[in-house]
Ligand binder design. Structure first.
Ligand code: X8Z
Ligand code: ZN
Length: 597
C-alpha cells in the first residue's frame, strides 16, 4: 500500500520559499532536534503498527493506537513550535523540512490530549473494522474481502457478484459516525498547524498551492478523458454481449459490479469477456505461473530479479525473514498490500496476502518499488526520507511492471514465445483495462475526501456525493439503490485507513513518463508498449539516482533528473495507447459513447 510511513511523510512535499537573508541559526538546531525526536517516535509507532497489522488483537490495537497517538502528538507539538519561525529567514532545506514536519501526519493531532487519544483510537478502530469485515450469507458461510476479491476475478454470475458487492458494503455503515468524528478531529489538528482543513494540508505537499494542485489534476484528467470514454463505451457494449442489454441499461452507465473488481477500479479481469472478437484465447499469466509451480514467495523473487537485473542490490535477508507474504492461518491481519520501512531504510518489508495470479504479480512489483525507493534514500536526513512527491513512490514499481512485456516473460521462462504483432491490440487492451480504467477512480476518491474535509460535502450527503462522483468521472452506477443508511466510501480501504489517494492518479501519469524516458534512453525503437528495460544497468542507475534524492528537492527537479521533463503530462500514456485508441474508435463507430454526467 501505502507506504506505511510515519517515517517518511510519504507525502513529501513542498516549496522551499527560499529567502535571501541569513538563515536563523536556531532554526537549524531546532530542525536537527525535530528529526531526532520524530525518528525515535516514528520507529516505535512503526513497530507497533506492524505487529497490529499482522496480528490483530485487542492488545496490539491498543499498543498501536498508543504509539500512533504519541507520534502524532509529538509531530503536532513540534510543528506548532515551528511556527515561531514563520516569516523568518531560513535556508531552503530548513524551510522544506519544516513544511514536511507539518505534513508528517495525515490526520494531525489536535492539542487536547483527550482528543489526541480519541483520534488515535478511531484510526485504529476504522482500519480494524475494515480488515476484520466479513460478509456472511449464512452464519456459517462467511467470506473475507480477500476471498471475495478472488471470486470477483472470475465469477461471471451476476447474482453471485451482486451478493458479494452488496454484502461487502454491509461492513461500512458502522464506520459512518466514527468517520464523521474523525474528520472533525483531524480538521482541528490541521487548523492548529495553520491549514484551512485536512484537505488543504494534504494538497500542500506538491511544490505549488493546493488550488494549483487541484487544477493540475483536472488538466491531466482532461488529457486522458477521451481515451477513457472510448474504452468505457467499448467495454460497456461488450459486457452487454455477456450479461444482456437489459442488465446494463440504456443510460450509458456501467453497473459497478460487473467489472471484475469490487470497486470497479481496475478492469483487467474482464479481459476474457471484452477481448477482440475472433482472436485466440490469448496468453494467461495466472495460468502460466500456476503451471510452473511458482508460489507466492517465488513471485516476489521474480520482482527482486527484475531490480537485480538493473544492477540494484538484492533485498536484505531480513526482508525475507520479516515480511508477511502469505496470509497466515488462524489470525486476523490487514490484508491490503503495503510496503514498510520499519527501521531507517535497513529493515524493509512487504505485507501482502499474496495469491498466485497476474494481479498480484503486478502488485508485488508495485510493493517492491516502495522498498527499493526507501532503501535508496536511506542516506537522506530524516525529513527528506520520502519520494519527490507521493506519486513518485507509487509510480516506481509500476514503472517496472510496465516492462513485464511478452519478451521479458519469455526471457524469464514465463512464456514460450514472444507475442506476434497481431497480439498488440490484446496487449494494449489488457493494459488499458488496468491503467486507463483506473484514472477516474484515482481522481474521485480524494475529490470526495477534499469535499468532506472542507465541509462542502456534509455528513448527510456522504453517500450521495460519492455516487455522484462515481457517475460523473467513472460513468458507473450502483447495481442497487443506495441511501444515506449506507457508507460506501468506507468499503474502500483507503478511506478507513486514511491513506491519501490522489497519489495513485499521479503515479499512473508519472510511471508512463518514467517508462518512456527510460525506453528512449536505452535505445528502444518500435512501439512504446513493446519496450522492456529488463537487464539494463543504465536504466537502473538513472532510477537509483532519482530515488536517492528522496524528497530533498522540489519534485520537478527529480522528474527532470530522470526524464528531462519538469511537468506532469499525460502524453506518454496517450503515446503508449495511441494504436488502441484508433482501434477503439473504429469499434465504436456509429455507437453511442459517453453518459450524462
Ligand atoms: O493501495 C494500493 C497498493 C498499496 S500502496 C496496493 N493501490 C491502490 C489500491 O489498491 O486501491 C495500488 C493501486 C491503487
Ligand atoms: Zn503503493
Amino acid at each position: 500500500m501505502d507506504i506505511r510511513i510515519p517515517l517518511l511523510p510519504l507525502l513529501l512535499l513542498a516549496a522551499p520559499y527560499a529567502r535571501a537573508a541569513a538563515p536563523a541559526p536556531d532554526a537549524e538546531k531546532f530542525v536537527a532536534d525535530v528529526e531526532k525526536k520524530l525518528d525515535e517516535a516514528g520507529r516505535r509507532s512503526r513497530f507497533a503498527s506492524w505487529v497490529q497489522s499482522t496480528h490483530m488483537t485487542y492488545d496490539t490495537e491498543w499498543l498501536s493506537a498508543d504509539a500512533s497517538r504519541a507520534y502524532a502528538a509529538a509531530a503536532a507539538d513540534l510543528a506548532r513550535q515551528a511556527r515561531r519561525f514563520d516569516g523568518k529567514p531560513l535556508s531552503p532545506a530548513a524551510a522544506r523540512k519544516l513544511l514536511f514536519l507539518k505534513l508528517a501526519v495525515e490526520a494531525p493531532a489536535p492539542p487536547d490530549p483527550a482528543e489526541q487519544q480519541e483520534l488515535a483510537d478511531i484510526k485504529v478502530w476504522l482500519e480494524g473494522a475494515y480488515s476484520k469485515g466479513r460478509y456472511c450469507k449464512t452464519p456459517d458461510s462467511c467470506l473475507s474481502l480477500d476471498d471475495m476479491e478472488d471470486r470477483f476475478r472470475t465469477s461471471r454470475d451476476p447474482a453471485d457478484l451482486l451478493g458479494m458487492w452488496q454484502g461487502w458494503r454491509t461492513v461500512s455503515p458502522p464506520m459512518r459516525a466514527k468517520y464523521q468524528r474523525f474528520v472533525e478531529l483531524s480538521n482541528k489538528g490541521a487548523r492548529e498547524l495553520g491549514f484551512k482543513d485536512t484537505a488543504d494540508l494534504w494538497r500542500s505537499g506538491y511544490d505549488m498551492t493546493p488550488a494549483e494542485f487541484s487544477a493540475e489534476l483536472d488538466r491531466v484528467w482532461l488529457q486522458l478523458k477521451p481515451l477513457y470514454e472510448s474504452l468505457h463505451a467499448y467495454v460497456r457494449r461488450r459486457l452487454a454481449d455477456t450479461y444482456g442489454a437489459d442488465a446494463i441499461g440504456s443510460d450509458g452507465l456501467i453497473p459497478a459490479h460487473l467489472l471484475g473488481n469490487m470497486w470497479g477500479q481496475e478492469w483487467g479481469n474482464v479481459f476474457p469477456l471484452v477481448k477482440p472478437k475472433g482472436t485466440a484465447e490469448g496468453y494467461d499469466l495466472t495460468e502460466r505461473l500456476r503451471a510452473k509451480g511458482v508460489d507466492e514467495k517465488g513471485m516476489v523473487k521474480y520482482g527482486e530479479g527484475f531490480f537485480s537485473s538493473l544492477g540494484i542490490a538484492p533485498l536484505p535477508a531480513t526482508f525475507w525473514e520479516r515480511s508477511m507474504i502469505v496470509k497466515p492461518a488462524g489470525r486476523e491481519v490487514v490484508c491490503h498490500a503495503s510496503a514498510w520501512d520499519v527501521e531507517d531504510s535497513q529493515d524493509v518489508r512487504i505485507k501482502m496476502c499474496t495469491r498466485v495470479n497476474s494481479d498480484d504479480f503486478v502488485t508485488v512489483h508495485h510493493e517492491l518499488g516502495h522498498n527499493y525507493y526507501q532503501r535508496a534514500y536511506a542516506g537522506q536526513p530524516y525529513l527528506f526520507r520520502g519520494s519527490a512527491n507521493d506519486g513518485f513512490h507509487e509510480a516506481l514499481g509500476d514503472t517496472i511492471a510496465l516492462s513485464i512485456t511478452p519478451a521479458y516473460l519469455k526471457q524469464v521462462g514465463l512464456r514460450d514465445s514472444d507475442a506476434g504483432a497481431d497480439e498488440d491490440t490484446d496487449l494494449l487492451l489488457r493494459m488499458a483495462l488496468e491503467r486507463v480504467a483506473f484514472q477516474p477512480f484515482g481522481l474521485l476518491v480524494d475529490k470526495w475526501r477534499w469535499g468532506v474535509f472542507s465541509g462542502e460535502i456534509p455528513p448527510g450527503r456522504y453517500n450521495q456525493a460519492w455516487w455522484d462522483l462515481v457517475r460523473h468521472y467513472q460513468g458507473l452506477k450502483p447495481p442497487v439503490a443506495r441511501s444515506e443508511a449506507d457508507f460506501d466510501p468506507g468499503a474502500k480501504y483507503h478511506i478507513p485507513a486514511n491513506t491519501p489517494y490522489a497519489r495513485y492518479f499521479l503515479a499512473q501519469v508519472l510511471q508512463f513518463q518514467f517508462y518512456r524516458a527510460l525506453c528512449r534512453q536505452t535505445g528502444h525503437t518500435g512501439p512504446l508498449h513493446r519496450c522492456s528495460f529488463y537487464g539494463n544497468k543504465e536504466a537502473g542507475k538513472k532510477l537509483e539516482a532519482m530515488m536517492a534524492m528522496g524528497s530533498s528537492r522540489p519534485w520537478p527537479d527529480a522528474l527532470e533528473a530522470l526524464t528531462g521533463e519538469r511537468a506532469m503530462d499525460a502524453t506518454a500514456i496517450l503515446e503508449y495507447f495511441a494504436p488502441l485508441k484508433a482501434w477503439l474508435d473504429e469499434q465504436n463507430k456509429g455507437q453511442s459513447v459517453g453518459w450524462k454526467p
